[in-house]
Design a binder for this molecule. Structure first.
Ligand code: FEO
Ligand code: CA
Ligand code: CA
Length: 663
């Protein structure tokens, strides 16, 4: 246990406060919560164990994956092989025996050969704009050759913790009840501009030599994207009146991207950044009677987490009432061209996007899956109208502007309807305030309400598995679901630990509008009966977890899950990366592979194309208890008195080489 970290001090955690605010649940619709359904729950394993499941697998699975699946089934064994890490919390990270976890990029590290050295006592917006940003979340890899050892790492920088970033700034004071709390310093123009430069993303060339990854600082495609980066709005809402501002009367040009959480890399090698809690960046009051009031209420904007509007008018809705409509999109970036203008693809809808993972369907169309991370909000997928052309990258570059957005209704009989968000269809008409497809995508949540989508327990990353036709949906938690409001897909009231749903797209057709689903596992401590967790009995006391958040499928089609919200207080363990079996007798067995230092959440994860490296993003380390720059809960990863705690991406490889988690 780190001397600086005292669990009893963990009274106030700024990340928890933000999360509590961000997911208060703003869904006013009366879509069914079906309290009676819980009484009608049945084991859906037997239903899916028959010919449907076999057909779905056989139509899409690679021979290698089939072999792994078959072997696991035949042996009743896990598809993973490694010595499990012991669960717990301390000041540093831990990885399975026989593996190395090397820090690759830290907050403040150079992104360009001529970037200034990180000088935490003398930060400036200009230096931050040329250094690695804060709070790395999504990590993607775009290969630059066929070796698998050379490529572009793309990383989202979701948000900033000013209290941990700036020296002599935050202090410990008292709240209204006399309890100790972290008191923020003054959000000066400089502090705000450094925060804005620390958001966004990074493109950095990396190369593996002698088994170790290193950044290539003179890489020609290296790039920092931040809140000052010019972007274009494209698709059905582009140019609409509701997107026009004083600075942009065209409604097509916007600066920056906010709160980029999980994301994705498309089959044509572009990087998609999902804008999540955009509402937190806006302050002020809308003019009286403004027509966007109901729209913004559904999204919780403005929430005023940041003070940017004091220095930049566009973040004050009293001055620029339409600006919040220009965020909450999926942003596509071409990392191969450092001068390319990122595109906000409005066809994918405006929600608090988490993840944008894609798969090429068997008919060539591309399907992207997204969660809307809020209590009682929805799961979406987008199916492109055009088809992917593997021989002509340029032909794919605007595929995301044209297609159909669907929202999920998880029926209690184990079927799933993907409901199209198409203007003029069903209730999405002018009579309900949708005059065009632009209105539908701008108010995607309200469209989902009217269509009768299923209110979920905070959908996070949603990951298709191209090898099996399955899709994994992380539902992180929802303690505000009341008894009687359960539904089959969200079966626990006061769901503190979350669960994972497995969707089987019919016949392996990811564009299917009628699919099936079942719960892969319910999270939490399986030894406590009231928790109602459902890990397999082979799962050890180290192997269970709460709060699934990001996930990945590795080169062999296996599922890995990372978490956000475990702690000494909540689960007796830090967040981490868990290997989760999905096939055979070992199904729902989980094993701990890596755990983060105190205060952090585990983001990434991303496997290289060969399955020999997993890139992991350690986000907001040290953010536990009364943490400030001077008194973080850890000084990971440098452990130097003159260095702050720093979010960082680590590259995990096997000593002596070889695939991660294979015998
Ligand atoms: Fe940024 Fe839903 O986590
Ligand atoms: Ca997340
Ligand atoms: Ca993912």
């Amino acid at each position: 246990m780190n001397e600086m970290f005292k669990p009893e001090d963990a009274l106030i955690n700024l990340t928890e406060i933000r999360e509590a605010e961000e997911d208060v649940g703003r869904n006013p619709s009366d879509n069914p919560t079906m309290g009676d359904i819980i009484n009608r729950r049945f084991s859906r394993r037997s239903f899916l164990g028959g010919s449907l499941a076999v057909t779905a697998i056989a139509s899409t699975v690679s021979p290698l994956a089939l072999m792994i699946v078959d072997e696991a089934r035949a042996e009743g064994m896990s598809a993973f092989s490694f010595t499990e890490v012991e669960a717990g919390v301390d000041e540093t990270h831990h990885v399975a025996e026989g593996y190395d976890a090397d820090v690759l990029m830290r907050w403040g590290d150079k992104v360009f050969a001529d970037s200034p050295e990180f000088d935490p006592m003398n930060q400036t917006p200009e230096s931050q704009a040329r250094q690695f940003g804060y709070n790395n979340d999504y990590v993607g890899f775009v290969p630059l050759d066929d070796t698998g050892d050379h490529g572009l790492l793309v990383v989202n920088h979701e948000y900033t913790n000013a209290e941990l970033m700036f020296p002599n700034w935050a202090t410990i004071g008292k709240d209204g009840d006399g309890k100790d709390k972290v008191m923020m310093g003054e959000f000066t123009r400089d502090i705000v501009d450094i925060e804005m430069a620390a958001h966004g993303g990074t493109v950095i060339e990396i190369r593996k030599e002698n088994g170790k990854w290193t950044p290539v600082l003179d890489g020609k495609m290296n790039r920092r994207i931040h809140v000052g980066t010019e972007m274009e709005l494209t698709g059905p809402a582009a140019g609409h009146d509701r997107l026009k501002t004083n600075a942009d009367p065209s409604g097509t040009k916007v600066f920056g991207t906010l709160n980029n959480c999980a994301g994705g890399v498309t089959p044509w090698g572009t990087w998609v950044m999902a804008e999540e809690n955009f509402h937190g960046y806006f302050m002020g009051d809308l003019p009286e009677g403004h027509p966007e009031a109901a729209n913004y209420k559904r999204y919780g904007a403005p929430a005023g987490w940041y003070n940017w509007g004091a220095h930049h008018d566009r973040f004050d809705v009293s001055k620029e009432p339409n600006e919040p409509n220009r965020f909450g999109w999926v942003v596509e970036v071409d990392p191969m061209d450092p001068n390319s203008v990122p595109k906000k693809r409005t066809a994918l809808g405006r929600v608090k996007h988490e993840g944008a993972e894609s798969v090429v369907n068997k008919d060539g169309r591309v399907v992207l899956y997204c969660g809307d991370d809020e209590r009682f909000d929805y799961v979406y997928k987008f199916v492109t109208a055009g088809t992917y052309n593997p021989d002509d990258r340029a032909a794919n570059m605007d595929l995301l502007d044209d297609g159909t957005l669907y929202v999920a209704r998880f029926n209690d009989d184990g079927t799933l309807d993907w409901l199209p968000l198409v203007h003029g269809e069903g209730p999405l008409t002018a009579g309900n305030g949708f005059s065009s497809q632009a209105d539908v995508v701008i108010e995607a949540r309200r469209a989902g309400d009217l269509l009768g989508a299923t209110k979920m327990d905070r959908p996070e990353d949603v990951q298709p598995n191209a090898m099996t036709g399955k899709v994994y949906c992380m539902l992180t938690n929802n303690t505000r679901r009341k008894e009687g409001d359960e539904n089959a897909a969200n079966p626990r009231a006061k769901n503190a630990f979350g669960h994972i749903i497995e969707i089987s797209e019919t016949d392996g057709d990811f564009a299917s509008t009628k699919s099936t689903w079942e719960i892969l596992l319910k999270c939490g401590d399986p030894s406590v009966a009231e928790v109602g967790a459902s890990f397999s009995s082979a799962t050890t006391t180290n192997g269970w977890f709460g709060m699934p958040d990001n996930c990945a499928i590795d080169a062999d089609g296996r599922l890995w899950v990372s978490t956000d919200g475990n702690s000494a207080k909540k689960t007796g363990r830090a967040d981490g990366l868990w290997a989760v079996d999905t096939e055979g007798e070992a199904r729902a067995t989980s094993k701990l592979f890596f755990r983060v230092p105190v205060g952090a959440e585990m983001c990434g994860p991303l496997f290289d194309p060969k399955g020999e490296t997993v890139f992991l993003a350690v986000q907001h380390p040290g953010d536990e208890g009364l943490a400030t720059y001077e008194q973080p809960a850890t000084r990971w990863p440098d452990f130097r008195d003159d260095m702050p705690v720093r979010p960082a991406v680590v590259a995990v490889t096997r000593q002596g080489g070889g695939k991660i988690g294979m015998a």
